[in-house]
Design a protein around this ligand. Sequence first.
Ligand SMILES: Cc1cc2nc3c(=O)[nH]c(=O)nc-3n(C[C@H](O)[C@H](O)[C@H](O)COP(=O)(O)OP(=O)(O)OC[C@H]3O[C@@H](n4cnc5c(N)ncnc54)[C@H](O)[C@@H]3O)c2cc1C
Length: 468
Amino acid sequence: MKLLEALRAALGAEHVLTDAAAMAPSLSDWRGRYHGAAQAVVRPANTAEVAAVVRIARESATPIVPLGGNTGLVGGGTADGSGRALVLSTQRLRRVRAVDAANDTLTVEAGLTLHEVQQAALAAGRLFPLSLAAEGSATIGGNLAANAGGTQVLRYGNARDLCLGLEVVLASGEVWDGLRALRKDNTGYDLKHLFIGSEGTLGVITAAVLKLHPLPAARLTAWAALPELPAASALLARARGLCGASLTAFEVMSAPCLAHVAEVMPQVRLPLPLTAPWFALLEISDPESEAHGVARLEAVLAAALEAAEVSDAVVAQSLAEAAGLWQVREAIPEAHARSGGNVKHDISLPVSAIPEFVASTNARLEARFEWIAPSVFGHLGDGNLHYNMGTRAGVPVATAFAHEAEIRRLVHEAVAARGGSISAEHGIGQLKRAELALYKSPVELALMRSIKQALDPQGLMNPGKLLP
Ligand SMILES: Cc1cc2nc3c(=O)[nH]c(=O)nc-3n(C[C@H](O)[C@H](O)[C@H](O)COP(=O)(O)OP(=O)(O)OC[C@H]3O[C@@H](n4cnc5c(N)ncnc54)[C@H](O)[C@@H]3O)c2cc1C
């Protein structure tokens, strides 16, 4: 039977999209930087149907590109231009399979959005702490495939740390049922970790057992103006010392990022005037009470003001005010997207190395390109910066993209020289595939290729992604 006929028989014709307009949203990435082509976009409804798609595709050696919410930032979910691939959308895998509040676990299918997973946890009186600006569209399967980070990594870890078990359709078309809800299981290689962060190159994640946490009694959020970037590291250390595990987020933003938000999205209200060069957003999740949390946060800020680490600060007085502070932070990528984007780097470094890295790399870039405008923000508590390069007012953003390769090389060399990573949370996809060859050792690359060869010998799972 021909490929499309077999797929229609397995899924129903309405779930095998071949019409150009119907396929279009699944063939370009969120940033609009990658455009691909496909024989069809298929929408299986359950694990058995995913397995059927993979088996049918294998017969004609047809490549498969798994796709969740399509919010990835590295082109990992966009097919190549050959038109040979099948895009396998997970968006109909939508069941909550089990809630075990006593075990603090939730078993969900891959196509639920992160927001829906958070809501399912909340309905069980628990917290699923993974959180990122794209959570209304990003799927939990995509979060795991990309090992997403987000704003709560400081306290709860990234997607990998929040997953106990997986179900995966392998490239062979077999189903691996690894849906174990155990916190201790030393029975050999921990296979789930191969698939988490593999960006769809080893198999299709169809379901996961997720770790839940107690809901905090209160969440307190503050916004602080900082006289310089090293003050952010000092404030982070102070907040950690005084709050311990209650410190759930610590974000930094440079003033130019926030000025850009104010310009492009004037409806977003900035909490403090942009008279300082850097700002921090701190969040405390207090297990006792709101009053206890406020007292702790105020103690941190008072000591920081005294030590001149902070020049001004506000503590959100209500949930709405707290949401308003997060909205400012989360508006930064949206504001850049609206004005044509910028050259993005998603790097991590030891926290201690960050102030020197930013000062010296900004200086080198500004010496090389007089038009460059650094826009730096990120999850300082995790040592993760979105170190992005745009252009000064009046210079088209295209100028930055025309020099993308040189900018990227300069930044990544500086990161590598300090023992950092060129992809802290967004992954490799198509965007950084060539770069990976430069910054992984031959031994590490050979190990990665052996794993790919063992699990996907025909190279059908998301070809052209991740591995150089
Ligand atoms: C505004 C905005 C803010 C963001 N903030 C963050 C952030 O703070 N932290 C962060 O880490 N990321 C962030 N991202 C990136 C993105 O949201 C995450 O990478 C997210 O985890 C991707 O989920 P998705 O369902 O959209 O995956 P997709 O974009 O659909 O796919 C991403 C990759 O995973 C693969 N994939 C998807 N589903 C599966 C599956 N079920 N099985 C196997 N492979 C699969 C795809 O082939 C692709 O390689 C942000 C993105 C946007 C647009």
